[in-house]
Design a protein. Structure first.
Length: 415
């Protein structure tokens, strides 16, 4: 076994939050090692966990609930131009963000994420301009789109679509430019002592540091890297990709859409404008109601879910929605891809000490747009030793499950 020396901080996980944490640590003068595997080549025979950022498009906007999520996103988005200019990686595309929901003018709503008054109030608190549309105004504003009767909307015109793969590339490039070391490997164990931590990889290397940041996303509770599990749930989500022969035919905003008839929700999720994927083809991306239908509690369960390729029934739901939403448009073949999400009981990230040498930094579904700010806050906690941001730390303090972490049955990839 080869010992590669000592760093100030080791970041375990090279996804959006781990990469952003490494960048902000290195920019504050710390010597940093960030360890995480490359994206797997496929999922049909995959063994291990699966990251949520293996995708080309995520919304980056302030039309979020709770307000704290919108604030984290806004802080991150304001740094995107500088990060793109410094690294040469273009990962943020300007695009309108439209949220559509049943008319909630009488108050309430079927879900907080689709409560127009809450969304508008959060945007106003952050001084971000949005426009609200009645059902008639929504039809006039987007005449080529076939929304369900009685549905209203709210739009942020200066939003973005973020390429999560590109965001990770840019964060890692900026970190490496500041002296961080990137190793593409899987972390098997973290040993703690009064002097710090010793991190061992599947590839046989070990490293030592004073601190370790665990930023392993949905795999955090199955990785065996913390001494106790977080109060957090992990789910296998499904993305439906629908090929479009001519992307110029689809001049549409990126959408969050809750379609309902009475109290019955028939679709609730994302319809993303066409994006080009690594295979060179252009796809509309949908992710609907099955987001939290597949709880996963072990590395084996995660691997089995990934090998399914996602919930096949979601294809019909997505095609039915798109046929109504995009009348007269030509749609090509559709297929699913597996994705991973996690949720916390606070609906906010955890950015907190796990022990005197370990900080955990995790977010669930909206990690891409808020990752840079989550990484900045995590780096500040490491460097300063205490919370110094104006947002109270209580908002992001970790909650812990009652049981101890069981050792992993096999090595778990970090993302």
């Amino acid at each position: 076994m080869q010992d590669e020396g000592r760093f100030d901080v080791i970041v375990v996980g090279a996804g959006p939050i781990g990469a952003a944490t490494a960048r902000h640590l290195s920019e504050r003068g710390a010597s940093v090692l960030v360890v995480g595997p490359d994206e797997p080549s496929g999922f049909a025979d995959h063994d291990g966990v699966w990251a949520g950022y293996y995708d080309q498009g995520r919304l980056a906007h302030v039309l979020e609930v709770p307000l704290m999520t919108s604030m984290l996103a806004m802080r991150s988005i304001r740094r995107f131009p500088d990060l793109q200019e410094r690294t040469g990686v273009e990962f943020a595309i300007p695009r309108q963000s439209l949220t559509v929901m049943p008319d909630d003018s009488e108050g309430g709503g079927l879900a907080d994420w689709f409560n127009r008054a809450l969304l508008a109030g959060n945007a106003a608190d952050l001084n971000v301009a949005v426009e609200q549309f009645s059902a008639e105004e929504l039809r006039r504003e987007y005449p080529d789109l076939g929304f369900a009767p009685g549905h209203v909307g709210i739009v942020q015109r200066d939003a973005f679509i973020v390429n999560p793969r590109g965001l990770v590339q840019a964060e890692l490039a900026a970190a490496v430019a500041q002296g961080a070391v990137l190793v593409r490997d899987v972390v098997d164990s973290v040993e703690r002592s009064p002097q710090g931590v010793r991190v061992a990889s599947r590839g046989g290397e070990t490293w030592r540091a004073g601190k370790v940041v665990v930023a392993t996303g949905a795999a955090t509770n199955v990785g065996g890297l913390l001494s106790r599990p977080l109060d957090m749930r992990t789910y296998g989500a499904t993305v439906v990709l629908v090929e479009v022969p001519d992307p110029s035919e689809f001049d549409i905003p990126a959408m969050m859409y809750m379609k309902a008839s009475g109290e019955e929700v028939t679709f609730g999720g994302i319809v993303m404008s066409p994006l080009q994927y690594p295979d060179g083809r252009w796809y509309l991306k949908c992710s609907g109601r099955s987001l939290l239908d597949n709880p996963l509690d072990s590395a084996e369960a995660i691997a089995r879910w990934v090998r399914t390729g996602g919930r096949q029934e979601d294809i019909r739901e997505s095609l039915d929605l798109l046929a109504e939403l995009l009348p007269g448009k030509t749609l090509g073949p559709a297929h699913t891809r597996p994705c991973m999400v996690c949720e916390t009981p606070t609906a906010l990230p955890y950015i907190d000490w796990a022990d005197e040498h370990t900080i955990v930094a995790v977010e669930g579904e909206r990690g891409a747009m808020a990752a840079d700010e989550i990484g900045r806050l995590a780096a500040g906690l490491v460097i300063d030793g205490v919370w110094t941001d104006g947002i109270p730390h209580a908002a992001f303090q970790a909650r812990w499950a009652e049981t101890e972490v069981s050792p992993p049955l096999h090595s778990v990839a970090t993302a």
